[in-house]
Design a protein around this ligand. Structure first.
Ligand code: GLN
Length: 474
């Protein structure tokens, strides 16, 4: 694996000095992409376009008019609208679709002179944890081609880890940025719900969906988040909370109070190396003078059912727009309107998406609405309250990002065991709080282990300074 470890600010120093150009940077990424076709991280590579964008940014650097992300080469998970570019959400139903407009994140990236190098593979509509649900075939783990890079933003994580781009924009509805980041040994930030506009992000479960950021260098998250966060007239759920200067260094001697769940330390499903990593992190934090408290979180068992009831309910409603009339795939020569709908959707959606539409329609149906959907809404409220309660006494909570390291492709063939892979990642989405996954050691096969920290609403800055502080102290 070839790795480009320079931070954006290092690169920008070289660009300003003239010892490097954006064009040569992009050429480097393109040749690494060309050398790694078997990863299947990209669905399209925008080579000519990225090179001409790079030449434009090089000109701006010479004129001292370049934006804050000049020199950052970014991939987009294939769930973001990018004008005049294909957008499929890795689904056959959108196979021929070209976006007529830009997502707000895309607009903001381009305004700050980030260079977009391609769109990346993922699970269909973000539904999955391994990229095996992509209609276009799975992505492979960069360190072991027999394994998954995780999902749903697996193409993005594999690309960043393999040095095929410096950062990627993913989406995190139940862990899709953090779990693949953990599997591939990179950083993955799921911001507070509403911190980044969802305008132009293909909807999966709207009350959980967030735009997430993936980078190889921790320091690159701050400028990236600052560039894309903030209010947006196209998304009424985008928060007006001011965007702080995330790059401002925090006092290095800041000491944190950290909560760890007893229920996780005892969880039988935890891979032993992941459990050891958690214990090792707790020891190191104690040695650094932080306070680690083991607390109870009795709602752990309710996280997955709550998430999967509500997310599938919202998905069944969101995905009703793919009807063969408005956009994407349209079944040829239907006998009547009903057969157009049926055939278009039967042909266009993959099995996992169909399963979720069925589940979601079931939990919303008249007879079961109270028992499942309304009940899950109540439990969601309890989970949020309990999470906030712990965060009143602790700045961060420390959890494994996933119960295991990267698992073999094809190994998790039943849907339920795939859902169990999300046990630790869904809490942040159910509660709406921010979470950051960071690499912490490796298992016996050398596969990365990821841990994550959760903090209170809009405390992304706390997460960044906590992980920086922890890494500097190690
Ligand atoms: N794996 C989870 C799911 O399948 C989360 C996906 C996501 O965050 N988009 O729903």
């Amino acid at each position: 694996m070839q790795r480009e470890t320079a931070t954006l600010s290092n690169i920008q120093v070289n660009l300003t000095r003239g010892t490097q150009t954006c064009e040569s940077l992009v050429e480097g990424y393109l040749s690494r992409i060309a050398a790694a076709p078997d990863l299947h991280a990209f669905l399209s590579v925008y080579d000519e376009e990225a090179l001409s964008q790079a030449r434009e940014v090089d000109k701006k650097i010479r004129n001292q008019t370049a934006g804050k992300l000049a020199g950052l080469v970014v991939g987009l998970k294939d769930v973001f609208a990018y004008r005049d570019h294909p957008l499929t959400a890795a689904s056959r139903i959108l196979n021929s679709f070209t976006s007529p407009y830009n997502a707000t994140v895309v607009t903001r990236l381009l305004e700050e002179d980030a260079i977009i190098i391609g769109r990346q593979n993922c699970d269909e509509f973000g539904m999955g944890s391994s990229t095996e649900n992509s209609a276009f075939g799975p992505t492979r783990h960069p360190a072991d081609p027999t394994r998954t890079p995780g999902g749903s933003s697996g193409g993005s994580a594999a690309a960043v880890a393999a040095g095929l781009c410096a950062a990627s924009i993913g989406s995190d509805t139940g862990g899709s940025v953090r779990q693949p980041a953990a599997f591939c040994g990179i950083y993955g930030l799921k911001p507070t719900y509403g911190r980044i506009s969802r305008h132009g992000l293909v909807s999966y479960a709207s009350s959980f969906d967030t735009v997430g950021l993936m980078t190889r260098c921790l320091d690159d998250l701050a400028p990236l988040l600052a560039a894309v966060a903030g209010p947006d007239e196209h998304d009424s759920t985008a928060s007006h909370q001011p965007v702080p200067d995330y790059a401002r260094p925090e006092a290095e001697d800041r000491r944190f109070r950290i909560a760890v769940y007893r229920e996780i330390l005892d969880a039988p499903s935890l891979q032993p190396e992941v459990r050891e990593a958690l214990h090792r992190a707790m020891d190191q934090l104690n040695k650094q003078g932080h306070t680690v408290n083991v607390v109870h979180f009795p709602l752990l068992d309710y996280l997955l059912p709550t998430y999967y009831i509500l997310a599938t309910a919202e998905a069944s409603s969101n995905l009703s727009r793919y009807d063969g009339v408005r956009f994407g795939h349209r079944a040829p020569e239907p006998a009547n309107l009903e057969s157009l709908y049926k055939r278009t959707r039967s042909e266009g959606f993959g099995p996992e998406v169909k399963r979720r539409i069925l589940l979601g329609s079931f939990v919303l149906s008249a007879d079961y609405h109270n028992a499942y959907y309304l009940q899950a809404q109540k439990v969601r409220r309890l989970i949020r309250e309990e999470t906030k309660q712990i965060l009143r006494d602790h700045e961060v909570m420390l959890l494994p990002t996933a119960p295991t390291t990267a698992f073999p492709l094809g190994a998790t063939s039943d849907p339920l065991s795939m859902y169990l892979a999300d046990i630790f990642s869904v809490q942040a989405n159910v509660a709406g709080v921010p979470a950051l996954s960071f690499p912490f050691g490796a298992d016996a096969h050398g596969l990365p282990v990821g841990l994550q920290v959760l903090a209170d609403d809009f405390a992304e800055g706390t997460l960044l300074s906590f992980v920086r502080n922890f890494e500097v102290g190690r």
